[in-house]
Design a protein around this ligand. Structure first.
Ligand SMILES: *Cc1c(COP(=O)(O)O)cnc(C)c1O
Length: 233
């Protein structure tokens, strides 16, 4: 049951906060982004009814289909790689785009947001683990990007998103999340702390480790809803 799963997750998050070695600037509260991809639209309603107000989807098309049949509600996060031809729709549909993984995508979002008269909240996705199959700024690209961020005046850089490597030994992800936290501090220094307040790290297999290292937003699918049905698009 979703309610039971939420209890387990919140307890584990609480323990992780208690285990933090040092106080984190990201604070002691953690947002759960309910990842509803490959689940029917009804699951979004169940999440909202259970008090999970943040909804994560990785494909623009799937999110669009769901939003068309649902009554408006929730804060929608895009967490999957964004293709150039989907950027306009993404800006229309999502409250926050977590998966900004290149300067090109950032520039295109900025342009579309300008046309729509919107200030688009975004996170920069950093590929801290340097995995070839994953998107995201490499560390040196992220550092090079920092001084350029101010150019993009139709986006609000709210923070960072980090995906750790898949591993059977969750503890192995610790250094990746620790590096993500250090990057978040650099980003805050660059853009100011006022609106830069989200460090999105951790999913079902590693969220408690991410929280220990300073994540204040976790993206959870399986831990909340069980296994996904990949026939649902
Ligand atoms: C699917 C997905 C998640 C959720 O994965 P679970 O392992 O089911 O918690 C989190 N983040 C991203 C970027 C995803 O694509």
């Amino acid at each position: 049951m979703l309610e039971d799963n939420i209890k387990v997750v919140r307890a584990r998050i609480g323990e992780a906060i208690a285990h933090r070695k040092a106080k984190k600037v990201t604070g002691d509260s953690v947002t759960i982004v309910a990842v509803t991809k490959n689940h029917p639209a009804q699951v979004v309603n169940e999440a909202l009814a259970a008090g999970l107000n943040n909804i994560g989807e990785n494909r623009v098309q799937e999110a669009k289909g769901k939003k068309e049949i649902l009554t408006p509600g929730g804060v929608w996060h895009l967490i999957g790689h964004l293709q150039t031809n989907k950027i306009k729709q993404a800006v229309e549909l999502f409250d926050i785009i977590e998966s900004v993984d290149s300067e090109k995508v950032l520039a295109a979002i900025n342009k579309e947001a300008g046309k729509l008269g919107k200030i688009q909240d975004i996170l920069l996705q950093v590929n801290v683990a340097r995995e070839e199959q994953k998107s995201g700024f490499l560390q040196e690209e992220f550092i090079a990007m920092l001084p350029k961020l101010a150019i993009f005046d139709k986006v609000r850089v709210r923070g960072l998103m980090v995906i750790a490597q898949a591993t059977d030994i969750p503890e192995e992800t610790k250094p990746v999340f620790a590096a993500g936290y250090e990057d978040f501090l650099l980003l805050q220094k660059q853009v100011g702390v006022a609106h830069c307040d989200i460090l999105s790290m951790g999913m079902t297999h590693d969220y408690w480790i991410a929280v220990e290292e300073g994540a204040n937003s976790v993206r959870l699918g399986t831990a909340l809803f069980g296994l996904r049905d990949y026939s649902i698009k």
